[in-house]
Design a protein around this ligand. Sequence first.
Ligand code: B12
Length: 221
Amino acid sequence: MTDTRHLQALREAILNMDLEGIGSVAQAAMDAGVDPKEAITEGMVPGMVEVGQKFEEGEYFLSELVVAGEVMKDGMAVIEPYLTAGGGDDEAKAKAIVATVEGDYHDIGKNIVVTLLGVQGFDVIDLGMDVPTSKIVEEVREHGPVVLGLSALLSTTMARMGEVIEALKSAGLRDSVKVIVGGTPVTPAYAASIGADHCALNAIEGVHKCADWLGNLKEGR
Ligand code: B12
């Protein structure tokens, strides 16, 4: 099979909610030497986007969203070990904290970001989903991360991102951390309006931005 055929098979496994087949499809892609990052972003993610479209069009229901989410997670479990972690073991790794904001139970995109930040060499603290603002601020105070990544998939919960930034300001912590926001409803204009440092277009672009920040910090810029 060509790389494209493997990517297509991954996309279809998500779209068809193939809980039984995803493991072997993902393993076959890895055995064939498909780039694991591509398997995620060019294979499974487009499948999830299509699932979302079908939900919007009324062809899929909530139960299908749930199963597709599970299929994606099972696929990630096979692919993740093929992503090689970066960063030296001898130097203390820079920390990154990642959370899905309060009221939001979407964590698939956030989990991809967590994985890729780890690959980029960050020591990642994953706070999970539905995380209250106060908890996020506490964790930033305790761990002093270089980056705080916030995810929101609902237009209603997106407002929590602004709340977190305001709470960081009140706690005197805003200038200590770069805040990157992401998720389908989040736009650069919205990110700018709440004072975030960056709006990620996707996980890879976002993680590259975090790597740039880390590079600047190391060079004292
Ligand atoms: C799967 C899914 C679910 C699953 C979530 C499972 C899970 N564990 O995550 C379940 C079934 C739980 C669910 C529930 C609901 N969902 Co839903 N869901 C989806 C769906 C189909 C896919 C989301 C997804 O995982 N995409 C794949 C990932 C990889 O993409 P992503 O999250 O966008 O992340 C990428 C980037 O955005 C970025 N990124 C994301 N976050 C961050 C953060 C940082 C820091 C960075 C750098 C990057 C980054 O990186 C990722 C990779 O590139 C979307 C449709 C869609 N197209 O988004 C609807 C969608 C988000 N859901 C929707 C709705 C309405 C709901 C419900 C309210 C449904 C209901 N009636 O109950 C509930 C809400 C529950 C809650 N309180 O959160 C709507 C939201 C509409 C809106 N604008 O508000 C959508 C858009 C569907 C639709 N078209 O109507 N959902």
